[in-house]
Design a protein around this ligand. Structure first.
Ligand code: GAP
Length: 467
């Protein structure tokens, strides 16, 4: 059985709102406001002990599928600050901006495209004053800094607003050193920075965030075929690997007037959040825009030898680009469930075992029996050798289960007095709450098999082995 509840859940159940998820995230140490003791900072968040594990698992799932399991994609890890000429050539200095509107009364700022009408005709959404909104002006979203001891116009550099450009700028180095022929891709994950006018909705729109992007270089005549391939492949990654509910996902092709300056066609993968359908990932056909722009900007040839024509050609690029933080948010929102049991309710994160920060928690039934505690701790150590596992004896068993359900731990193991008679303990499944008795020595391998079998980790969903 696969872990995701999508098949079991009535699609009419709406996703929980962001406040509910943000509260769980804070309470259980997934995500905290950045520098909170100083009042926080809009658009910046920190990942706590469980959040960093979840985020790393999302990143590992992407890297595994986009790079390690493929023959045609390689990875890089580039510097965040690049030569500023990169951003001139790419068009970001001139055009990476949002239309911004100010309110003369309350001094608030808005993105024009968030307003419900022309600024001259509507009331300020914050203070309600009419006629107080300015005309829109373009606001560049790149964070500028200076590099070196002298801060003047010649030392200005930018924090990258997307990871993509490094893949274009390093195209020749990568293609040459790995002796590539078309088609092939270069992937990267890492921090990006955007001085968003209106950050918000928890970790949906941030000023510092992480992206995972892959530039797939193809022969120009194959662009449509590869574009369709990547839209489909990326959609399947969300449903089959991250186990996100397919009923809350949709594909939305961009209209001509919303395409980015570099894109010929783009399809977004959207999720139905409580704020409405919003972008999770974009797949864009960037044509030869970037390689040509950087060839012109640098004076270096960015092309690849084409055996068919016996000449060099500039490949086209298909780019799947997603945000890590938005993926973490989606996993939390999609997995969140409040379930009414016979006598009580439980909050549960029904997330794929491969993503769960802790795969198994060992809970001794009686904490005042030293030999039981000792055996439970030994089992925890054996589990830890194979996967992230935890030991907890600080509350009653019911409470311990609830704690683990709430952070998405797929398996709890209870060591009880009978364990000394039968040499076994009980494994309890988070989703079905069914229990099975398994020999203590076999438990680590059994949990390993269950986690692997239920996570579609290697690309092909595998059935859990029979008990
Ligand atoms: N290289 C193309 C590019 O950067 P994008 O649509 O601007 O395209 C790609 O960004 C993805 O990065 C988005 O689908 C989103 O998941 C994520 N992203 C973009 N801006 C973000 C922000 N301010 N906060 C969090 N994630 C963001």
């Amino acid at each position: 059985m696969l872990a995701r509840a999508a098949e079991d859940r009535p699609t009419a159940v709406p996703a929980p709102n962001f406040d509910v998820v943000a509260s769980l995230a804070k309470r259980r140490g997934f995500v905290f406001p950045s520098s909170e003791i100083y009042g926080g900072m809009a658009g910046f968040w920190d990942y706590g002990p469980l959040g960093v594990e979840l985020k790393n698992n999302v990143k590992a799932a992407w890297w595994r599928h986009m790079v390690q399991l493929r023959d045609d994609v390689v990875g890089i890890d580039a510097a965040i600050i690049m030569n500023p000429r990169v951003w001139e050539a790419s068009g970001h200095v001139a055009g990476f901006s949002d239309p911004m509107v100010d309110c003369r009364s309350c001094q608030n700022r808005f993105r024009e495209d968030d307003l419900k009408g022309p600024p001259s005709e509507i009331a300020c959404p914050n203070c309600g004053n009419r006629g107080s909104l300015t005309e829109a002006r373009q606001f560049n979203l790149m964070f500028a800094t200076t590099v070196g001891p002298v801060a003047d116009s010649s030392s200005v550099a930018y924090l990258r607003p997307e990871t993509a450009q490094a893949m274009f700028v390093q195209f020749d180095n990568v293609a040459t050193t790995t002796r590539r022929k078309l088609p092939f891709g270069i992937a990267q994950m890492g921090r990006s920075f955007r001085n968003e006018i209106t950050p918000g909705n928890f970790i949906f729109r941030l000023r510092e965030f992480e992206q995972m992007e892959m530039e797939f270089f193809v022969h120009p005549r194959d662009e449509d075929e590869w574009f369709a391939y990547w839209v489909e492949a990326r959609h399947r990654w969300w449903t089959d690997v991250l186990r996100i509910d397919g009923a809350r996902l949709r594909l939305r092709p961009h209209a001509a007037d919303e395409l980015s300056h570099y894109s010929k066609q783009t399809t977004d993968i959207e999720y139905e959040y409580p704020i409405g359908w919003s972008e999770l990932e974009g797949v864009a056909d960037r044509t030869d825009f970037d390689l040509k722009a950087h060839a012109a900007g640098s004076g270096k040839r960015l092309a690849i030898f084409d055996e068919e024509s016996g000449d060099h050609l500039v490949p086209y690029v298909i780019e799947p680009a997603m945000g890590v933080d938005r993926a973490v948010l989606t996993v939390l929102v999609d997995g969140y469930e409040e379930e009414q049991l016979d006598k009580e309710s439980r909050v549960m994160l029904r997330i794929a075992p491969a993503l769960a920060p802790i795969k198994a928690a060992v809970l001794p039934l009686l904490r005042n029996r030293p030999e039981l505690v000792e055996r439970a701790r030994r089992l925890t150590a054996d589990l830890k050798a194979l996967m992230p596992a935890a030991y907890d004896d600080t509350a009653s068993i019911g409470k311990l289960y609830r704690r683990q359900d709430e952070i998405g731990t797929p398996y709890c193991i209870t060591v009880d007095p009978e364990s000394f008679d039968d040499g076994a303990a009980t494994i309890r499944d988070r989703d079905s709450m069914t229990q099975e008795r398994v020999s203590l020595d076999l438990i680590p391998q059994r949990i390993s098999d269950l986690v692997a079998g239920r996570s579609a980790w290697e690309g092909v969903p595998r059935e859990a082995p029979a008990p």
